[in-house]
Design a protein around this ligand. Sequence first.
Ligand code: SF4
Ligand code: SF4
Length: 381
Amino acid sequence: MFDPAQLNEEYGIPVILKHSRRLNQLCSVAGVNPNFSPERIARLAEGNPEQLVQSPLIWECLTCGLCREVTDGRGDMARFIRAVRREALRRGIAGSDTHGGIMLTAQRIDALGKVQADRNAWIAGEEDLKVERRQGDTLYWVGAAPFLDSTFPDLGSTALESARAAIRLLNHLGIRPVVLEQERFSGHDLLWTGDREGFSSLAAMNMQAIRDSGAKTVIVSSPEDCHTLKMSYKELVGELGVEVLHLSEFLADRLSQLSFSEWPHRISYHDPCRLGRGLGVYDAPRKVLRGVPGLELVEMEHSREMARCCGTSCWINCTRYSKLMQVRRLQEAGATGAEALVTPCSQCVLHFRCATRAEAWTQVRMDVRDWTVFLAGVLQE
Ligand code: SF4
Ligand code: SF4
């Protein structure tokens, strides 16, 4: 049952109101959209929750986790929004799907469990990649990569290249990971757009498939999927009973076994929201980058806990404001003098590249690279 007072208390809406001045200044969306602010959401939550359920504000929040960070974990706007979206969806109100809704529709179909997409067919014929298809100790979670590459070839999606790169790095460490034939979408986007039932269905099928593989460790390179497998399954469905690690954590612990070619250039690193604020993984990806001889890593004005979001999430509500946020983030990277911006999220890469290709924004020049692809490219075999 929708109980606004209980939600307000559970997710610390009064705390958000108390810190609203600072939050309004820090929120990326409020920085570009004069009609949006965390304070407006919190005031509606307290004063008129019925209006809030029907308000576009709940679809414009990026659920980036910055409100929670700034309030020391006491004001969790992201999960509050997730709960309100659930109620909105129940009443038939949804966000505005991007790309004709193809990404969310594919996930809803997957959640029904009636058909099994041959999502890892791409790996057949990749003779240099050593993988297991059914059982093994270590599982590599491919995630939405095959769908991203099929859907966004015009934007230069490198998601599958990133999956290949991850497997190459694992093979270099002597690991032959399982790549599951039964993998489905993790459920991240359904969960955060209010479809709890679709999410739970995907979670149950994925958890069973992971357990059946006999894996003891699941290595994930997608920040959103890593957060979902590690945190959301446990929070809403149950214990997976298997260790879940982001690829950067796994590699950082084995850095002495990796040797990279010299790469004497300056780069900056973009913290994806779900990996940074969501999982607290800030040091591991930077540590691995610093293992590349000659590489100079420079930080942007907003990094780590205060990093700015890439401007759009869950394939909804991508607007001119999203483009503005992306451009600002790229300008921040440019201001460091970096030659490239590196991030481990294939979707952040895609959204940033989209901003540099949109006609209105062609003044932004930044080489945006996938962290995993970059590292596999400088690996000394
Ligand atoms: S969670 Fe992020 S996008 Fe949403 S109101 Fe807070 S700072 Fe803004
Ligand atoms: S930034 Fe581009 S790729 Fe990303 S959701 Fe918006 S339109 Fe799609």
